[in-house]
Ligand binder design. Structure first.
Ligand code: GDP
Ligand code: MG
Length: 450
């Protein structure tokens, strides 16, 4: 996976003042491979990595992240921006009905989506009507009727009711007329949304494109949703461009995201058409449908969701201000107190929750080992003990005598041995902090005593 490759590439890198060109190039090379593995179209990969490289050059290195993580963060931000820069919800018509037309290749998932959209809209209190304008494929009308029945919404079809297989084969209807009549029916019956399901072909085809364009011209839809199979891979750009030119859609729906596809098609389509991806279809059931989440898609494409979570958490957990304050304090010859000790332990606790992931990260293996034996409940115990001390004792634990130790233990519901253990460990940490003050190593979660 990308995270493994980054780990080996960046084993030897450490945080520096600025990202170097070599760091960026090495990282971008791995990112390029990850994008190609995710089936992002080649020209899109090229443009994208060039943009990332430019953005990464001269970027400040953050205290919490190493150069590779820094570049990954930039890549992720750029991905989310392209995928979500124009996220929006359905455009509803000022005067109902809102007309939604579906377009896309055969098998893309249009008819299934018609049912999903209808059900979702119905649940929001709308009164959708489905229109069967796919008169190309045997059974297409029947398929839409089945979907409509499952969604509990009516369907407008050229042969309502008894469409036998034999009839279906011979339907030579007029999809433009049916679409127009369907919209008129919606207006007459006061449906506030009408969803027009259209025919697709196996490949991009001039006849099909003309038919879709004619339907569009006849019903002037508020939305034309281009449905594309997430598994389509490198063909995404050609297909999306053909539909953008032939029909001109207003939004994209990515289907079959429940499969193995890493979803590179999403990036390809978003990048070449600049049209928003609005929904994701994630299964054959009508409820398997959701509003598109750019951030989830970005980490799916990069195939490093865990790493991205880790980067986010590392930034949160590593409270740079706190570390700086501590370093300044120690460097200034001020003493490291039990209160500081508690703050450090609490930072460790935040990091503790990502113990498992730390092993994957460049430069983090050592911290992982430290955390391996770290008991998160220990932080709560230490906190209870420190809280039952007086402020003066927290600042200067040397004044804590035998009877106070017993009193503190009782106050925290623990044993005197626990108090002794804490004070011993604190003494060691304090010594270490003093050594660091003379040696100049930075304080922070990484500087925690094991
Ligand atoms: P159309 O030709 O564009 O109308 O596509 P259909 O809606 O008929 O879908 C083609 C096939 O893909 C059908 O077998 C659907 O059940 C299936 N399908 C559609 N959307 C999804 C999806 O999101 N996930 C999965 N797993 N299958 C889907
Ligand atoms: Mg269909």
């Amino acid at each position: 996976s990308l995270s493994d490759r980054l780990t080996s590439t960046f084993k030897n890198l450490r945080g520096r003042g600025r990202l170097s060109e070599a760091d960026i190039d090495a990282t971008v090379r791995e990112i390029r491979r990850a994008l190609l593995d995710a089936d992002v179209a080649v020209p899109v990969v090229r443009q994208f990595t060039a943009a990332v490289r430019e953005r990464a050059l001269g970027a400040e290195v953050s205290g919490a992240l190493n150069p590779a993580q820094q570049v990954v963060k930039i890549v992720n931000a750029e991905l989310v921006e392209i995928l979500g820069g124009q996220t929006r919800s359905l455009q509803l018509a000022k005067t109902p009905p809102t007309v939604i037309m579906l377009a896309g290749l055969q098998g893309a998932g249009k008819t299934t989506l018609a049912g999903k959209l209808a059900l979702a809209l119905k649940e929001q209190g709308h009164t959708p009507l489905l229109v069967a304008a796919d008169l190309q494929r045997p059974n297409a009308v029947t398929q839409l009727s089945v979907v409509a029945e499952r969604a509990g919404v009516p369907v407008f079809a050229p042969h309502p009711g008894n469409t036998s297989d034999a009839d279906a084969e011979t339907i030579i209807g007029d999809p433009v007329g049916v679409s127009r009549d369907g919209v008129a029916e919606a207006r007459a019956k006061q449906h506030d949304v009408v969803i027009v399901d259209t025919a697709g072909r196996l490949g991009v085809d001039q006849v099909l494109m003309q038919q879709a364009a004619d339907i569009r011209a006849a019903i002037t839809p508020d939305e034309v949703l281009f449905v594309i199979d997430a598994m389509i891979g490198q063909d995404a750009v050609t297909t999306a461009n053909a539909f953008a030119e032939g029909v001109d859609f207003t939004g994209v729906v990515l289907s079959k995201l429940d499969g193995d596809a890493r979803g590179g098609a999403a990036l390809s389509v978003a990048k070449v058409t600049g049209k928003p991806i609005m929904f994701a279809s994630t299964g054959e059931k009508l409820t398997e449908f959701e509003v598109f989440h750019p951030d989830r898609m970005a980490s799916r494409i990069l195939d490093m969701g865990d790493v991205l979570t880790l980067i986010e958490q590392a930034e949160k957990a590593f409270d740079a201000d706190e570390a700086e304050r501590m370093a300044a304090k120690v460097a200034g010859g001020e003493d490291f107190t039990l209160s500081d000790f508690l703050v450090q332990m609490q930072q460790m606790k935040k990091l503790g929750s990502m113990k498992k992931m730390l092993g994957m990260m460049p430069g983090m293996a050592q911290m992982r080992d430290q955390l391996e034996n770290f008991d998160e409940r220990e932080v709560d115990r230490v906190q209870a003990l420190i809280q039952s001390m007086t402020p003066a004792e927290r600042e200067n634990p040397k004044i804590i005598n035998g009877s106070r130790r017993a009193r503190i233990a009782r106050g925290a519901g623990q044993t005197t041995a626990a108090v002794n253990g804490l004070l011993d460990r604190f003494g060691q940490a304090q010594k270490m902090m003093r050594q660091m003050a003379s040696g100049g190593a930075p304080a922070g979660p990484g500087g925690m005593p094991a």
